[in-house]
Unconditional design. Sequence first.
Length: 312
Amino acid sequence: MARYVFGIDLGGTTVKIGLLTEGGEKVEFWEIPTRTENNGQYILSDVAEAIRAKMKERGIEDTEVIGAGIGVPGAVNVDGLCYQAVNLGWEKINVVNELHSKLKLPVKAGNDANVAALGEAWKGGGQGYQNMLLVTLGTGVGGGIINEGKILAGSKGSGGEIGHINLEDDEPDACGCGNHGCFEQYASATGAVRLAKRILAATEEDSTLRHIDNFQCKDIFDAAKAGDKVAKDIADRYGYYLGKGIAATATVVNPEIIVLGGGVSKAGEMLFDLLKPSYEKYVFSGCKDVKFALAKLGNDAGVYGAAKMLLY
């Protein structure tokens, strides 16, 4: 008898749902709106109804379904307790109990970044490895740690919050978390632009970046690839922080492979060349022999990872 599993990736605007085989083959992925009104009280009911409707449409019986996994944009502990999910309007809710009561199938839950890491380890850039670090470089810096094939979530689901490792003691500006000198203040897309503006302000040397209104992270790497000297200096400084932050994490978790995802990762393998000098400088000697790869699943990583939670 065929066996299926559902993966759910909860976002502030849409909920991505996937129907997969237990071997990880995609059967169908679709989306429903995230109804955040009234403190998100309809979200899990909508998810349960969408899954039940899909099972009826495809003639899938309960006995054919292993269960449903769900990634949540907030800290989630091993028992499924979500302490807060601001984008959803949630305050302290046991996601596993609530969804199980509506869906009547086994449920597992985790933080969305950790779940995405599990997806990349299962079917993406880290496939074939049991110990992986995912570093997501977007508006912030996120992370997910896979240890012996499973998510390392920590006591309250905040494991993998690598973006808030301190890299600079004398940083005058505050991070969004309230601390100063956090990893994501330098290695996120917004951090790259911030670094660029500081370097441009400290030199009078011409750069194509000076002629672009509101330049973005992509513009910095494009200019560096084209030979712009100032842009290359900015990219090198970015790489210094990226490598240093990853080294701090790798020294603790000792991964076999480090996978880079998020919008900044579209710069490609150039990032590996930029980060490796400082990575090798700061990482513990026993962690230097590590592979680097780019993420492959994009926005589907969370769906794959959520499904995989039911399979271990």
